[in-house]
Design a protein around this ligand. Sequence first.
Ligand SMILES: *Cc1c(COP(=O)(O)O)cnc(C)c1O
Length: 476
Amino acid sequence: MGDEFDEVLTRTAEIAVDWLDGLDRRPVGETVTLAELRERLGLPLPDEPVHPLTVIEELARAAEPGLVAIPSGRYFGFVIGGGLPAAVAADWLTTVWDQNAGLYACGPAASVAEEVAGEWLRDLFGFPAGSSYAFVPGCQTAHLTCLAAARHAMLRRAGWNVEEDGLAGAPRLRIVVSARRHATIDRALRLLGFGTSTLTVVPADGPGRMDVAALREVLADRVPAIVCAQAGEVNTGAFDDLTAIADLTEAAGAWLHIDGAFGLWVLASPALRHLAAGAERADSWALDAHKWLNVPYDSGIAFCAHPEPHRAAVSVTADYLVQGGEGDPRDPIDWTPGFSRRARGFPVYAALRSLGRRGLADLVQRCCAHARTFAEGLAGLRGCEVIGEVVINQVLFRFGDDATTDRVLRHVVDSGEAWLSGTTAGGRRAIRLSVCNWRTGEEDVRRTLAAFRQAVDASGTPPSRAGPPPSGRLPR
Ligand SMILES: *Cc1c(COP(=O)(O)O)cnc(C)c1O
């Protein structure tokens, strides 16, 4: 048994190290088309077994050109973290150990690692003592978990048991969201029976911050409400005014949920913590470890200031399960919507321990400093408009008109020097750049700026800002 694993795992480690070693030499994006990938991977299902070593070597060879170098320091797409060495290694062990981290009985160490990592994080973020938590696949599921707790608590207060009686005939709840909420908020609410057209949408300003005066009006009639605020808008990184929002939700007796997928990690940085001031007053928080903590996919965390509704909303039991017991062990199925589940606490534990408080603060601050360097460098490029301020690690910019912006972006991605994606800001095309990886260094920033400079030269962008205006509107 050991021998069979020995050969294939040793070879797999070599392949893994080769991949990581090659990141600086290979293009960041994929180098094959969809059709080619289908051809490379689309073998007939064999009738007979294939040796594991052959399977792995051929899989790696076939897939490699179709991989995106997300662990590279020059991947700036969406908001996607890298993987810290300790977290990647712990994730391997998680696979090999193969614990079913639903029950303490199926993985005692997995349960305790989650307990420790959950407590470390609670302390790091300054959330109330006694807050409950769940290690989930991502922020999407964290929203689902937190908002299920919110739904339970708010209806319970109105004398309704939603787990028993469902939503038909339930007292009215007002669900309040920002115009610039992340799409995962809508989906979590939808899955919980709150249809999208029933949401009360509060307007937001240019960077995406919820209009607090409008929220005050919405909450004035004191209909029981769940308010979804945001720490880190996905394009701009902007933070809602969480102190002002917490004042309003506390006064109105509403539940405050915060989407802090990446933004809430600023709480780990003494220099940036002020951006999320007031966050600790919320009732629930959703965030990702696979973004700024640089834990491999998939890894999100739900926190809830009120363990009872959290547990009541998602816990499950069955005659054959072994739950609780001497010493009050923690069974993750009481807190997550998952049943059988991966032991997600191990890589989070390893990431936090390998960084320490200082290392995590440095990681967050370093990414933000690189984002500022990008903004300065980009602003010096011909025709480039950096949109709004760099709040944390996100930079939003464009090059004159939509077509030019898309052309410059295409050129940079095609060069293989960096990977980024476009978006629409204020009705016009823009490029978004997110620095979220521990590996990104000054040389990566320099190489990426050089690629943009070349793209601008190559794509016939408007003449310098001092020169005549291009056709179409000149930025700003
Ligand atoms: C990424 C993100 C999400 C969704 O997180 P997943 O981990 O992909 O489920 C939600 N909100 C914000 C602000 C995000 O950036």
